[in-house]
Design a binder for this molecule. Structure first.
Ligand code: ZN
Length: 349
């Protein structure tokens, strides 16, 4: 009995010891496995951290649309911590698309359609060997790709002495055909017809300066000349947000004094319709259609009803003859002529 009990105790002891040993072994095994897994996770986290830490977020880029013809040129300044840049574009009715990743600080978008509008934004990227960080997007810039074909005929219709009661009808007609003209406005008329002035600007037409009081500039003092021009520019800017770039001296009257005092190009004309004198729609139409050439600048006055009626005929007639009706600034741009301050231009070829 004693032996039997001893044997049982021995067996129990052995079993307990075995169980303890087994538990320890299993425990150690489990610990080793979990330790291994932990190590692996820690290692990978260490690698990731080191990549992220070395990459600083690039500064937000500034975006500039440099120029536009049948292409869109975009440029930006180098951003701190950036080694490449993403160029994003949004076409009308579509979502943003990444169109390029470049290490340069400029991009030319040739894949654009004439007459269409696009939006662009830039994002700076700091790309490491395994990871990359990106800046915030630049501001968004919109651009309308010009519908003008530099190889086709162009004419600049110009309307003086407005805005007036017939201006809106001319603007509507230009809009209908997707064409532009230049309005040389008289400052003192603006308050009465500010809606027409806004319509001119909204339609893509050019608004230019024809002095405040339609004065004969060569007879003015230098201070008087400047007042006439500067006050008109300020008024136009206040209403349309755009400062005029061009001056047409009333009566086409200029002088060395006017040219040196007023720092704007002076725009004369190559076709004088004499619409103000004849007040005759048919004669005004004939004057334009019989004399128009590529690069012509046509003088008319939008304050006369017969001229408005003539314009409604002239615009479609010129379009059907293959003319592109452009502003004076567009004419100069597409003919590659840089308009200089104080210089007078009668046509631009
Ligand atoms: Zn005038």
């Amino acid at each position: 009995m004693k032996n039997t009990t001893k044997h049982i105790l021995n067996c129990t002891f052995t079993a307990v010891m075995f169980a303890i040993a087994l538990t320890f072994m299993l425990g150690a095994f489990t610990t080793r496995v979990s330790f291994g897994a932990d190590t692996k996770t820690i290692d990978s986290a260490v690698v990731d951290d080191s990549v992220t830490e070395s990459l600083k977020t690039p500064s937000k880029p500034d975006i500039n649309i440099v120029s536009m013809k049948s292409q869109v040129y975009i440029k930006w300044k180098a951003c701190k911590n950036a080694n490449s840049y993403e160029v994003w574009r949004k076409s009308k009715g579509k979502s943003w698309e990444k169109i390029d990743v470049t290490s340069k600080k400029k991009y030319t978008d040739k894949d654009v359609a004439k007459g269409c509008e696009y939006k662009y934004r830039i994002r700076a990227v700091n790309k490491g060997s395994k990871d990359s960080v990106k800046s915030a997007y630049s501001s968004t810039k919109s651009v309308s790709v010009s519908a003008i074909d530099p190889d086709k005929k162009m004419v600049a219709l110009t309307f003086d002495d407005g805005p007036g009661p017939y201006t809106q009808a001319i603007v509507n007609c230009l809009k209908k055909y997707g064409m532009h003209a230049t309005f040389f406005v008289v400052g003192s008329n603006i308050s009465h017809y500010s809606k027409a002035l806004k319509a001119e600007a909204a339609s893509g037409c050019e608004i230019a300066n024809h002095t405040w009081g339609h004065v004969y500039l060569p007879k003015q003092s230098t201070g008087g000349m400047l007042k006439q021009v500067v006050n008109t520019n300020k008024k136009i800017k206040a209403i349309t947000g755009v400062t005029p770039k061009l001056l047409r001296p009333p009566y086409g009257a200029t002088s060395a004094g006017v040219k040196s005092a007023i720092k704007m190009p002076q725009i004369m004309w190559s076709i004088d319709t004499l619409d103000w004198k004849t007040r005759n729609t048919a004669k005004t139409v004939a004057s334009v259609m019989n004399n128009v050439k590529d690069g012509s600048i046509v003088l008319m006055h939008d304050i006369h009803k017969p001229t408005m009626k003539a314009a409604l005929q002239i615009i479609p007639k010129l379009v059907s003859k293959g003319y592109q009706l452009v502003t004076v600034s567009e004419l100069a741009e597409y003919k590659g002529v840089e308009l200089k301050n104080g210089k007078a231009y009668s046509s631009i070829h």
